[in-house]
Structure formats: C-alpha cells, structure tokens
Design a binder for this molecule. Structure first.
Ligand SMILES: [Zn+2]
Length: 256
C-alpha cells in the first residue's frame, strides 16, 4: 500500500510538471551526463522533478537560488541514484547552498576522549540525517576539466551514511559481497595513501587519503566524472562502484 501511495504521488508530480526546456538545454553540457541514452535522460529528468519536490534548497548569506541552480544541483544529486531510487535520500530534507567556501567551526572528541576544537574551510558537508551543505561557484555548473564534483561528493557521503555511518561502505545490494567490497577498498585505500605520502600531486584528488569515507566519496566523483581514469588507476574499485551504483559510466564515454 505504501508503495502504491508513493507511486501515485510520484505519478501526479510527473504528470503536472516538467523541467523548462531552456534550463534543461543549459544543464545538459555537464560532463557527468556524457553518453547517456534517451531512456537514461528521461528517467533522470523524472528523478530531478521528484527530488525537487521532496527537498528544500536554501541559499545562505542572501544567495538567491534560481530555478537553473535548483535543476543543476538536483541533476548532479540524482546521477548517483539514477539506477537506485529516490528512497536512498529519504531521511533528510534540506540542502543549504553557500555562495563560496565556508568555515566549519566544530568540536569533536578523539579516541582518547579529548575534545578538540577545529576550524576548517570547506566546500561541502553532509550531516548524518541532516542537511547537505554545498558551495555554489562557477565550477558547480561548468565543465572544468577536473574530476572534482562537490555535489556528487556530498551525496555519495549521504549514501555511505545509510550503512553504519560514514565509513566508506554504503548499503550493498544482495548480489554484492561485503567481503569483496572491504578487501578491494582497503587495498586501494592503502595503495592510494602510500602514493600520496610519496607525492601529493596524484591524478586523483589527494583528499581521498583523509579517511575511508572520503576515499569512497572522492572515488564516486571520479567514477561519474572521469570514469576511465578510475578504471585505469583502480579497476577493482571501479567494478565495485559499478555494482553498487548499477551504472557503467566508462562505457557511456566510449559511445561518444
Ligand atoms: Zn567529504
């Protein structure tokens, strides 16, 4: 019954609304859409409309959120769940967008029980069951040539948090092996950390060495933005991400 109501609600929205054509034309240049077929683009548009109904996007520091910004953010948030479901983003509502990098001022307790005060400059943040915080800049909406995508990064954290908090392992599907995921990611993470130790100028953003959770989020960015790079650097990680996201973006780039 819940599913039927849910489906009814979804159909009602999709019958009544559409993404304005001039906005859609502006966002289709985004690199993470490359090679998508007509069916994938149609399903992505439907997800964007449902996402925008389910979430609230607010600007911080008087930043005005335009319709084009809403679609741009929703589009990139929906890429990871294109073959999953909007239900993966069910336990939170708000997205807060800052006009530029923001200061994170917080306290945390380390393993020995000592409380530290930290102040970091951040471009995004995802809170457990809370909001997603993003920054809006030229790079958020443009093809930049790098694999960096703060929106995909933060939404990957949201998926990761669905299984035992942010630990680099999202809820795997029944046909996946937890052991294989763990082995593949542990090994790749260790390799990457030693690469960064030797030379921080790595092809993949060195920030991935921060923690297993950041490794998963950064690998997810690379998976969707420059999939061939990930396949070349960490083929087994690519394979696990393809199983989890149920997408093969490398094959899409080869179609072009
Ligand atoms: Zn992160």
């Amino acid at each position: 019954m819940v599913w039927h109501l849910n489906q009814w609600w979804r159909n009602r929205i999709l019958e009544r609304e559409e993404i304005p054509r001039h906005i859609w034309q502006k966002v289709t240049h985004l690199r993470c859409l490359r090679g998508m077929n007509v069916d994938e683009l149609r399903r992505l548009q439907a997800l964007i409309l449902l996402f925008l109904h389910a979430k609230v996007i607010n600007g911080a520091h008087d930043l005005e959120i335009t319709d084009e910004m809403r679609v741009t953010i929703a589009l990139q948030a929906c890429i990871p769940i294109l073959n999953l479901d909007l239900g993966y983003y069910d336990d939170w509502i708000e997205i807060i967008v800052y006009p530029g990098e923001f200061i994170l001022d917080y306290e945390y307790m380390d393993e020995t029980g000592v409380v530290h005060h930290a102040r970091n400059i951040a471009s995004g943040e995802a809170w457990l069951s809370g909001p997603v915080i993003l920054t809006w800049s030229e790079n958020t909406s443009m093809h930049t040539g790098s694999a960096h995508n703060v929106i995909i990064h933060e939404f990957a954290h949201k998926l990761d948090m669905l299984h035992e908090g942010a630990n680099g392992c999202p809820p795997l599907h029944a046909d996946m092996s937890m052991q294989t995921w763990h082995d593949v990611f542990s090994q790749a993470y260790a390799t990457f950390c030693s690469q960064v130790e030797r030379n921080s100028d790595t092809v993949i953003d060195a920030y991935a060495a921060e923690s297993p959770a950041e490794f998963f989020a950064v690998m997810s960015e690379v998976f969707f933005e420059t999939p061939l790079v990930l396949k070349q650097c960490f083929a087994a990680v690519y394979e696990q991400l393809a199983l989890f996201y149920r997408q093969d973006p490398a094959s899409r780039t080869l179609v072009e």
